[in-house]
Write a protein that binds this ligand. Structure first.
Ligand SMILES: Cc1cc2nc3c(=O)[nH]c(=O)nc-3n(C[C@H](O)[C@H](O)[C@H](O)COP(=O)(O)O)c2cc1C
Length: 335
Protein backbone atom coordinates (compact mmCIF):
# COMPACT_ATOMS: atom_id res chain seq x y z
CA UNK A 1 0.00 0.00 0.00
CA UNK A 2 1.26 3.48 -0.85
CA UNK A 3 2.31 5.77 1.98
CA UNK A 4 -0.24 8.30 3.19
CA UNK A 5 1.12 11.70 2.11
CA UNK A 6 -1.47 13.83 3.95
CA UNK A 7 -0.20 16.59 6.16
CA UNK A 8 -1.62 19.53 8.06
CA UNK A 9 -0.16 22.99 7.60
CA UNK A 10 -1.60 26.06 9.36
CA UNK A 11 -4.64 23.95 10.19
CA UNK A 12 -5.22 23.29 6.47
CA UNK A 13 -5.50 19.65 5.47
CA UNK A 14 -3.16 19.12 2.53
CA UNK A 15 -2.99 16.07 0.25
CA UNK A 16 0.81 16.03 0.41
CA UNK A 17 3.65 18.12 1.87
CA UNK A 18 4.78 19.84 -1.34
CA UNK A 19 3.82 23.53 -1.51
CA UNK A 20 4.81 26.08 -4.14
CA UNK A 21 6.50 28.97 -2.36
CA UNK A 22 5.95 32.65 -3.12
CA UNK A 23 7.22 33.44 -6.63
CA UNK A 24 5.80 34.94 -9.82
CA UNK A 25 4.88 31.50 -11.19
CA UNK A 26 1.88 31.28 -8.89
CA UNK A 27 0.59 34.66 -10.07
CA UNK A 28 -0.43 33.21 -13.42
CA UNK A 29 -3.70 31.26 -13.33
CA UNK A 30 -2.60 29.01 -16.21
CA UNK A 31 0.65 28.06 -14.47
CA UNK A 32 -1.16 27.60 -11.19
CA UNK A 33 -3.46 25.10 -12.88
CA UNK A 34 -0.46 23.16 -14.21
CA UNK A 35 1.09 23.16 -10.74
CA UNK A 36 -2.14 21.81 -9.28
CA UNK A 37 -2.38 19.15 -11.97
CA UNK A 38 1.21 18.13 -11.28
CA UNK A 39 0.19 17.54 -7.67
CA UNK A 40 1.12 20.68 -5.70
CA UNK A 41 -0.80 20.65 -2.42
CA UNK A 42 -1.03 24.43 -2.00
CA UNK A 43 0.51 27.57 -3.44
CA UNK A 44 1.76 30.85 -2.04
CA UNK A 45 1.25 33.88 -4.26
CA UNK A 46 4.15 36.30 -4.82
CA UNK A 47 4.27 39.04 -2.21
CA UNK A 48 2.45 42.31 -2.12
CA UNK A 49 5.02 44.72 -0.68
CA UNK A 50 4.57 47.32 2.02
CA UNK A 51 6.17 49.81 -0.39
CA UNK A 52 3.55 49.03 -3.00
CA UNK A 53 0.88 50.04 -0.52
CA UNK A 54 2.60 52.87 1.25
CA UNK A 55 4.09 54.82 -1.62
CA UNK A 56 6.31 56.79 0.62
CA UNK A 57 7.48 54.43 3.25
CA UNK A 58 9.96 55.84 5.71
CA UNK A 59 12.90 54.02 4.15
CA UNK A 60 12.10 55.14 0.61
CA UNK A 61 11.73 58.73 1.74
CA UNK A 62 14.99 58.57 3.65
CA UNK A 63 16.81 57.02 0.73
CA UNK A 64 15.56 59.71 -1.60
CA UNK A 65 16.23 62.55 0.80
CA UNK A 66 19.88 61.65 1.21
CA UNK A 67 20.55 60.71 -2.39
CA UNK A 68 22.11 57.70 -3.96
CA UNK A 69 25.55 58.18 -2.48
CA UNK A 70 24.94 57.15 1.08
CA UNK A 71 21.86 55.08 0.41
CA UNK A 72 22.84 53.30 -2.77
CA UNK A 73 21.98 49.98 -1.26
CA UNK A 74 18.56 51.11 -0.12
CA UNK A 75 17.76 52.58 -3.50
CA UNK A 76 18.68 49.51 -5.47
CA UNK A 77 17.17 47.19 -2.93
CA UNK A 78 13.62 48.41 -3.23
CA UNK A 79 12.13 48.53 -6.68
CA UNK A 80 10.90 51.92 -7.88
CA UNK A 81 7.16 52.27 -8.00
CA UNK A 82 7.20 51.93 -11.79
CA UNK A 83 8.97 48.57 -11.55
CA UNK A 84 6.28 46.85 -9.54
CA UNK A 85 4.49 44.16 -11.41
CA UNK A 86 1.08 45.04 -10.05
CA UNK A 87 -0.63 47.40 -7.67
CA UNK A 88 -2.52 46.40 -4.52
CA UNK A 89 -5.89 46.29 -6.26
CA UNK A 90 -4.59 43.97 -8.97
CA UNK A 91 -3.12 41.81 -6.24
CA UNK A 92 -6.52 41.32 -4.65
CA UNK A 93 -7.92 40.45 -8.06
CA UNK A 94 -5.14 37.90 -8.53
CA UNK A 95 -6.25 36.14 -5.33
CA UNK A 96 -9.78 35.89 -6.69
CA UNK A 97 -8.47 34.63 -10.03
CA UNK A 98 -6.30 32.02 -8.32
CA UNK A 99 -9.21 30.78 -6.22
CA UNK A 100 -11.33 30.44 -9.36
CA UNK A 101 -8.58 28.66 -11.28
CA UNK A 102 -7.67 25.94 -8.76
CA UNK A 103 -9.11 24.14 -5.76
CA UNK A 104 -5.89 23.77 -3.74
CA UNK A 105 -5.45 26.24 -0.86
CA UNK A 106 -4.11 29.64 -1.88
CA UNK A 107 -1.87 31.53 0.53
CA UNK A 108 -1.56 35.28 -0.06
CA UNK A 109 1.75 36.92 0.82
CA UNK A 110 2.29 40.28 2.43
CA UNK A 111 5.86 41.55 2.61
CA UNK A 112 6.94 44.35 4.87
CA UNK A 113 9.13 45.59 7.66
CA UNK A 114 7.06 47.72 10.04
CA UNK A 115 3.55 47.90 11.43
CA UNK A 116 1.54 50.61 9.67
CA UNK A 117 -1.53 51.41 7.65
CA UNK A 118 -0.52 49.02 4.89
CA UNK A 119 -1.37 46.12 7.19
CA UNK A 120 -5.04 46.70 6.34
CA UNK A 121 -4.39 44.70 3.18
CA UNK A 122 -4.20 41.53 5.27
CA UNK A 123 -7.96 41.75 5.84
CA UNK A 124 -8.59 42.58 2.21
CA UNK A 125 -6.61 39.51 1.18
CA UNK A 126 -8.78 37.41 3.44
CA UNK A 127 -11.90 38.97 1.94
CA UNK A 128 -10.58 38.30 -1.56
CA UNK A 129 -10.61 34.59 -0.69
CA UNK A 130 -7.10 33.72 0.55
CA UNK A 131 -7.11 30.52 2.62
CA UNK A 132 -4.17 31.72 4.69
CA UNK A 133 -1.74 34.60 4.81
CA UNK A 134 2.04 34.49 4.75
CA UNK A 135 3.70 37.55 6.23
CA UNK A 136 7.24 37.93 4.97
CA UNK A 137 9.12 40.20 7.34
CA UNK A 138 12.15 41.52 5.53
CA UNK A 139 14.00 44.14 7.48
CA UNK A 140 17.65 45.11 7.06
CA UNK A 141 18.66 46.96 10.23
CA UNK A 142 21.33 49.51 9.40
CA UNK A 143 21.10 52.03 12.20
CA UNK A 144 23.98 51.98 14.67
CA UNK A 145 21.78 52.64 17.68
CA UNK A 146 19.12 50.04 16.92
CA UNK A 147 19.39 47.14 19.33
CA UNK A 148 18.55 43.53 18.63
CA UNK A 149 15.61 43.82 21.00
CA UNK A 150 14.22 46.76 19.04
CA UNK A 151 14.52 44.80 15.81
CA UNK A 152 12.73 41.82 17.32
CA UNK A 153 10.00 44.02 18.79
CA UNK A 154 9.25 45.33 15.29
CA UNK A 155 8.64 41.78 14.17
CA UNK A 156 6.36 40.99 17.11
CA UNK A 157 4.37 44.22 16.72
CA UNK A 158 3.90 43.61 13.02
CA UNK A 159 2.80 40.02 13.52
CA UNK A 160 0.36 41.05 16.27
CA UNK A 161 -1.07 43.83 14.08
CA UNK A 162 -1.66 41.47 11.16
CA UNK A 163 -3.02 38.69 13.34
CA UNK A 164 -5.50 41.07 14.93
CA UNK A 165 -7.02 41.97 11.59
CA UNK A 166 -7.61 38.48 10.15
CA UNK A 167 -9.27 35.21 11.09
CA UNK A 168 -7.52 33.02 8.48
CA UNK A 169 -4.28 31.30 9.59
CA UNK A 170 -1.10 33.37 9.60
CA UNK A 171 2.34 32.08 8.64
CA UNK A 172 5.40 34.26 9.24
CA UNK A 173 8.40 33.99 6.93
CA UNK A 174 11.65 35.18 8.46
CA UNK A 175 15.36 35.07 7.78
CA UNK A 176 17.86 33.08 9.85
CA UNK A 177 19.83 36.06 11.18
CA UNK A 178 18.82 36.37 14.81
CA UNK A 179 20.94 36.06 17.93
CA UNK A 180 18.48 33.62 19.45
CA UNK A 181 16.32 32.19 16.74
CA UNK A 182 14.48 29.70 18.97
CA UNK A 183 13.39 32.49 21.29
CA UNK A 184 12.32 34.69 18.37
CA UNK A 185 10.35 31.76 16.95
CA UNK A 186 8.60 31.22 20.27
CA UNK A 187 7.70 34.88 20.59
CA UNK A 188 6.46 35.12 17.00
CA UNK A 189 4.08 32.29 17.84
CA UNK A 190 3.06 34.08 21.04
CA UNK A 191 2.44 37.21 18.93
CA UNK A 192 0.03 35.27 16.72
CA UNK A 193 1.91 33.22 14.12
CA UNK A 194 0.20 29.92 13.35
CA UNK A 195 3.22 28.79 11.40
CA UNK A 196 6.79 29.74 10.56
CA UNK A 197 8.30 29.65 7.10
CA UNK A 198 12.04 29.06 7.37
CA UNK A 199 13.68 30.87 5.64
CA UNK A 200 13.40 34.02 3.69
CA UNK A 201 16.29 34.44 1.25
CA UNK A 202 18.02 37.76 1.51
CA UNK A 203 19.12 38.92 -1.88
CA UNK A 204 22.44 40.58 -1.25
CA UNK A 205 23.52 43.33 -3.57
CA UNK A 206 26.58 42.84 -5.76
CA UNK A 207 28.96 45.58 -6.91
CA UNK A 208 29.47 46.29 -10.59
CA UNK A 209 33.16 47.39 -10.58
CA UNK A 210 33.02 48.70 -14.14
CA UNK A 211 30.30 51.25 -13.46
CA UNK A 212 30.69 51.43 -9.69
CA UNK A 213 27.03 50.63 -9.18
CA UNK A 214 25.24 48.20 -6.96
CA UNK A 215 23.11 45.51 -8.46
CA UNK A 216 20.45 43.57 -6.62
CA UNK A 217 21.05 39.93 -7.51
CA UNK A 218 18.51 37.17 -7.60
CA UNK A 219 20.31 33.85 -7.71
CA UNK A 220 18.22 30.74 -7.82
CA UNK A 221 19.00 28.45 -4.91
CA UNK A 222 21.32 25.45 -4.79
CA UNK A 223 20.49 22.24 -2.89
CA UNK A 224 23.33 22.90 -0.40
CA UNK A 225 21.31 25.82 1.00
CA UNK A 226 18.85 23.39 2.54
CA UNK A 227 21.21 22.73 5.45
CA UNK A 228 20.26 26.06 7.06
CA UNK A 229 16.48 25.48 7.22
CA UNK A 230 17.14 21.82 8.10
CA UNK A 231 19.06 22.75 11.22
CA UNK A 232 16.48 25.21 12.49
CA UNK A 233 13.44 23.13 11.61
CA UNK A 234 15.08 20.26 13.48
CA UNK A 235 15.79 22.57 16.43
CA UNK A 236 12.22 23.84 16.60
CA UNK A 237 10.17 20.74 15.82
CA UNK A 238 7.91 19.69 18.67
CA UNK A 239 8.70 22.76 20.75
CA UNK A 240 6.24 25.28 19.28
CA UNK A 241 2.51 25.35 18.96
CA UNK A 242 2.83 26.17 15.27
CA UNK A 243 3.35 24.61 11.85
CA UNK A 244 6.76 24.64 10.22
CA UNK A 245 7.51 25.07 6.53
CA UNK A 246 11.01 24.58 5.12
CA UNK A 247 12.03 26.69 2.13
CA UNK A 248 15.42 27.19 0.50
CA UNK A 249 17.25 24.49 -1.41
CA UNK A 250 14.56 21.80 -1.79
CA UNK A 251 15.22 20.61 -5.34
CA UNK A 252 14.18 16.97 -5.23
CA UNK A 253 12.43 14.29 -3.16
CA UNK A 254 15.56 13.81 -1.07
CA UNK A 255 15.41 17.46 -0.05
CA UNK A 256 11.73 17.23 0.79
CA UNK A 257 12.28 14.00 2.75
CA UNK A 258 15.07 15.63 4.77
CA UNK A 259 12.85 18.64 5.54
CA UNK A 260 10.07 16.32 6.75
CA UNK A 261 12.47 14.19 8.78
CA UNK A 262 13.82 17.36 10.40
CA UNK A 263 10.25 18.20 11.38
CA UNK A 264 8.68 20.36 8.69
CA UNK A 265 4.96 19.99 7.99
CA UNK A 266 5.56 21.02 4.39
CA UNK A 267 8.46 21.74 2.09
CA UNK A 268 8.23 24.66 -0.31
CA UNK A 269 9.82 24.95 -3.73
CA UNK A 270 10.47 27.75 -6.22
CA UNK A 271 13.97 27.69 -7.78
CA UNK A 272 13.78 24.12 -9.05
CA UNK A 273 10.63 25.00 -10.99
CA UNK A 274 12.56 27.72 -12.83
CA UNK A 275 15.58 25.50 -13.36
CA UNK A 276 13.87 22.25 -14.37
CA UNK A 277 10.22 23.01 -15.02
CA UNK A 278 6.77 22.47 -13.56
CA UNK A 279 7.02 18.70 -14.14
CA UNK A 280 9.35 18.56 -11.14
CA UNK A 281 6.31 18.69 -8.87
CA UNK A 282 5.06 15.32 -10.12
CA UNK A 283 8.60 13.90 -10.21
CA UNK A 284 9.30 14.91 -6.61
CA UNK A 285 6.00 13.47 -5.38
CA UNK A 286 6.56 10.18 -7.25
CA UNK A 287 10.07 9.83 -5.79
CA UNK A 288 8.77 10.75 -2.34
CA UNK A 289 6.17 7.97 -2.43
CA UNK A 290 8.68 5.49 -3.83
CA UNK A 291 11.24 6.18 -1.11
CA UNK A 292 8.65 5.98 1.65
CA UNK A 293 7.32 2.67 0.33
CA UNK A 294 10.81 1.22 0.02
CA UNK A 295 11.64 2.29 3.56
CA UNK A 296 8.30 1.12 4.92
CA UNK A 297 7.07 4.49 6.08
CA UNK A 298 3.27 4.33 6.30
CA UNK A 299 2.74 8.08 6.34
CA UNK A 300 4.28 11.53 6.22
CA UNK A 301 3.15 11.91 9.83
CA UNK A 302 5.33 8.95 10.81
CA UNK A 303 8.36 10.44 9.09
CA UNK A 304 7.85 14.01 10.36
CA UNK A 305 10.40 15.01 12.97
CA UNK A 306 12.05 11.59 13.13
CA UNK A 307 15.40 13.37 12.74
CA UNK A 308 14.54 16.47 14.77
CA UNK A 309 16.87 17.54 17.53
CA UNK A 310 14.65 15.81 20.08
CA UNK A 311 14.37 12.52 18.21
CA UNK A 312 17.56 12.00 16.23
CA UNK A 313 20.33 9.73 17.53
CA UNK A 314 22.88 12.57 17.57
CA UNK A 315 21.20 15.78 18.81
CA UNK A 316 24.59 17.49 19.13
CA UNK A 317 24.80 17.51 15.34
CA UNK A 318 22.33 20.38 15.28
CA UNK A 319 24.23 22.45 17.82
CA UNK A 320 27.90 23.10 18.52
CA UNK A 321 28.70 19.44 19.06
CA UNK A 322 29.84 18.51 15.59
CA UNK A 323 31.51 21.79 14.80
CA UNK A 324 35.02 21.01 16.00
CA UNK A 325 34.81 17.40 14.81
CA UNK A 326 33.79 18.54 11.32
CA UNK A 327 36.54 21.12 11.06
CA UNK A 328 39.29 18.89 12.39
CA UNK A 329 38.26 15.86 10.35
CA UNK A 330 38.32 17.81 7.08
CA UNK A 331 41.02 16.49 4.81
CA UNK A 332 42.16 19.00 2.23
CA UNK A 333 45.55 19.79 0.78
CA UNK A 334 47.03 22.96 -0.62
CA UNK A 335 47.08 22.82 -4.39
C1 LIG B 1 11.88 34.55 -8.85
C2 LIG B 1 11.59 34.48 -7.38
C3 LIG B 1 10.70 35.38 -6.81
C4 LIG B 1 10.41 35.31 -5.44
N1 LIG B 1 9.49 36.17 -4.90
C5 LIG B 1 9.18 36.05 -3.58
C6 LIG B 1 8.17 36.87 -3.03
O1 LIG B 1 7.54 37.70 -3.69
N2 LIG B 1 7.92 36.73 -1.69
C7 LIG B 1 8.56 35.81 -0.91
O2 LIG B 1 8.26 35.69 0.27
N3 LIG B 1 9.51 35.01 -1.43
C8 LIG B 1 9.83 35.11 -2.74
N4 LIG B 1 10.78 34.30 -3.26
C9 LIG B 1 11.47 33.33 -2.38
C10 LIG B 1 10.84 31.95 -2.50
O3 LIG B 1 9.51 31.96 -2.05
C11 LIG B 1 11.61 30.90 -1.69
O4 LIG B 1 11.43 31.13 -0.30
C12 LIG B 1 13.10 30.90 -2.00
O5 LIG B 1 13.34 31.02 -3.37
C13 LIG B 1 13.75 29.62 -1.49
O6 LIG B 1 13.17 28.49 -2.06
P1 LIG B 1 13.85 27.73 -3.31
O7 LIG B 1 15.17 27.27 -2.88
O8 LIG B 1 12.91 26.57 -3.60
O9 LIG B 1 13.90 28.70 -4.43
C14 LIG B 1 11.06 34.34 -4.63
C15 LIG B 1 11.96 33.44 -5.22
C16 LIG B 1 12.22 33.50 -6.57
C17 LIG B 1 13.17 32.50 -7.17
Amino acid sequence: MSADLNTTYLGLKLKNPLVISACPLTAEAAVLKRLEQAGAAAAVLPSLFEEQIEHESEQMAKAEEFGTESFAEALTYFPRQDDYRTGPEEYLESIEAAKKAVSIPIVASLNGASAGGWVRYAKMMQEAGADALELNVYFVPGEMDMTGKEVEDRYFELVAAVKQSISIPLAVKIGPYFSSLCNVALRLVEAGADGLVLFNRFFHPDIDLENMETHPQLHLSAPAELSVPLRWVAMLHGRLNASLAATGGIHDAQGLLKALAAGADVGMIASVLYQKGIDQVAAILADLSKWMDEKDYASVEQLKGSMSRENCPDPAAFQRGNYMKTLTSFVGKAI
